[in-house]
Design a protein around this ligand. Structure first.
Ligand code: ATP
Ligand code: MG
Length: 567
């Protein structure tokens, strides 16, 4: 992880931490955590939080970071989600060592803390219904009303809480509430619920518990138990900070972490909350959480994004307090930049047009030496077979080209990459449909390697594959999942489909790739010359059937297309 350490970002959180370590606050220690709830797959927004928390631990001497599952809502959480999160954090390049924790590891301790609050008369069992609790809570303008159960005796509260734990009551019959201030200007402080009955088995604790602690009670105490120094969370928890501090101040805990809020990441042309992503999955708009169009890490991985490019992106967007939407084009730019350096170049034809070279010998096959990377000689080269019949890209040929079309056309000469100059001499069409079946060309044997000894120039270089040797493959072209930069998914509560980009996936079933791609391992990445970056699909690609995903195009074509649409 030296690339991470070499260019340390700065931001207001890192500044606070630097000051703290200087003044020996928190004993000069830096302990952070990434606390996902296992109720969905991680998305690029989580990557921002992961890079921040793990990054800060790496940058500070002796710094450590926990991976802690905030698993207090068994109705929505699963082991599958947990495993996916573990895999994704690892894939992103971070290591929590032996510091994998679960809030559920602390259920016994949390229960004891709740009992302590009851004994201190700082918590009580409330028997109002959920609706009544909401009603009593008041509004931003009006203070709340005290629950009639607020002054139950310590003994009664202890008995009831014990019975809640033992399963004597149904869901919703009672809750445990902190006794704070129903007139507080901060609604979170109006006797918040800290435990509720949930008769749902937990994926880790089974049916040992039927009461579960709420987020606000669990989070601060989990932080404290782990000795977290800086508890970094997103802005929506700013109003919860007084409660975070209240719980830790009331209870006799040794460690009181410092909560600092930062703005969440929003990205254009997509949605970022797990709830919304779950809808996309459940309604079948995508093939799953790892659909390459999803903003999930699993989706981005399958699409071919590199962990390094996502980390660089997170550094680039920075950390602040002001919410904003980052242009997806910046992420794509960062991915492209990384792939440009690291991907071998190969040739593949997505929409094939047959080319027959009339003067090339019938049975000759030449193995042409083609470098993997124009600037990076260390990547070496491979042999690509050349023969009489080839495929080129359909749109690299026009029978009746407009002025600005410089590629192959009748009578025109172009270069085949690393091979020869060819000249189109005839167009063969289907008699009935008039469709072009093949293009017939001649080649100049003097131009081997793609250069003419007489110095004559051509205006285009085309990629190609030899028909006889090509590997047939399926290629999936991906584009923005949503039509608009800011999809209003709430408004479209019933009809999500209307917001989606109808062209977000195009499947090409009969593409031809150069034979060196035969043994491509799943997830291996290439630049297909002139077309973009592609990645062998981790789930569907096999030796029998190659499937490639387009990770990103070579240039940002979207801006052009959408500008045209808008004018
Ligand atoms: P979502 O709204 O997507 O479901 P969440 O906040 O409920 O997200 P958690 O699993 O609770 O998801 O998040 C784990 C950590 O990641 C939290 O600290 C949270 O603040 C942070 N996080 C979640 N979404 C973003 C985001 N878009 N940008 C930055 N950090 C985020
Ligand atoms: Mg959450």
């Amino acid at each position: 992880m030296t690339d991470l350490e070499s260019q340390v970002p700065t931001d207001f959180i890192r500044n606070i931490i630097a000051q703290n370590t200087q003044t020996k606050k928190h004993d000069g220690k830096v302990v952070t955590r990434f606390p996902p709830e296992p109720n969905g797959y991680l998305h690029i927004g989580h990557a921002k939080s992961i890079c921040l928390n793990f990054g800060i631990a790496l940058e500070n001497e002796g710094g450590i970071c926990y991976l802690r599952f905030d698993d207090t809502n068994p109705a929505k959480e699963t082991a599958e989600y947990m495993e996916s999160i573990i895999a994704d954090v690892k894939w992103l390049g971070f290591d929590w060592g032996d510091r994998l924790r679960h809030a559920s590891d602390y259920f016994d301790q949390l229960y004891e803390y709740a009992v302590e609050l009851i004994k201190m008369e700082k918590a009580y069992v409330c028997s109002l219904s959920a609706d009544e609790i909401r009603e009593y809570r008041g509004t931003l303008q009006e203070p709340g009303k005290e629950s009639p159960y607020r002054n139950r005796s310590v003994q009664e509260n202890l008995d009831l809480f014990e019975k809640m734990k033992a399963g004597a009551f149904e869901e919703g019959e009672h809750v445990l509430r902190a006794k704070i201030d129903m007139a507080s200007g901060n609604i979170n402080m109006r006797d918040p619920v800290i435990y509720r009955i949930r008769k749902v088995p937990h994926h880790r604790t089974g049916d040992r518990w039927c009461i579960y602690p709420m987020y606000d009670f669990t989070h601060c105490l989990s932080d404290s138990i782990e000795g977290i120094t800086h508890s970094l969370c997103t802005m929506e928890y700013e109003d919860h900070r007084p409660l975070y501090d209240w719980v830790l101040d009331e209870l006799d805990v040794g460690c009181h972490p410092q909560q600092i809020e930062f703005a969440r990441l929003n990205l254009s042309y997509t949605v970022m909350s797990k709830r919304k992503l779950l809808r996309l999955v459940q309604e079948g708009h995508v093939s799953g959480w790892d659909d390459p169009r999803m903003p999930t890490l699993a989706g981005m991985r399958r699409r071919g994004y590199t962990p390094a490019s996502i980390r660089t992106f997170c550094d680039r967007i920075g950390v602040g307090k002001k919410e904003s939407t980052v242009d997806l084009a910046l992420l794509e730019y960062t991915v492209r930049e990384d792939l440009n350096e690291t991907c071998p170049r190969v040739m593949g034809v997505l929409r094939p047009l047959r080319v027959v070279i009339e003067n090339y010998p019938e049975d000759t096959i030449e193995e042409l030496d083609c470098p993997y990377h124009p600037e990076n000689k260390e990547m070496g080269s491979r042999k690509v077979p050349f023969s009489k019949t080839l495929y080129i890209e359909e749109d690299d040929f026009m029978e009746d080209p407009p002025k600005k079309f410089f590629r192959l056309a009748p009578g025109r000469e172009v270069r085949l990459r690393y091979a020869y100059y060819i000249k189109c001499v005839e167009v063969v069409k289907d008699e009935k449909t008039g469709e072009i079946i093949e293009v017939r060309c001649t080649y100049d044997p003097e131009t081997k390697g793609g250069w003419a000894p007489d110095g004559r120039k051509v205006k285009a270089t085309l990629h190609w594959v030899s028909e006889k040797h090509a590997m047939k493959a399926e290629v999936r072209l991906y584009d923005r999942l949503f039509e608009k930069a800011n999809p209003d998914i709430e408004k479209a509560e019933s009809d999500l489909a209307k917001l989606l980009n109808p062209n977000s996936l195009e499947i090409l079933k009969a593409c031809y790739l150069e034979p060196s791609l035969k043994d491509s391992k799943p997830e291996s990445r290439y630049q297909f010359e002139r077309l973009g970056y592609f990645c062998a699909d981790a789930c569907d690609s096999s030796e029998e059937k190659l499937v490639f995903n387009r990770t990103v195009t070579l240039r940002d074509t979207w801006a052009k297309i959408s500008n045209k649409k808008n004018t």
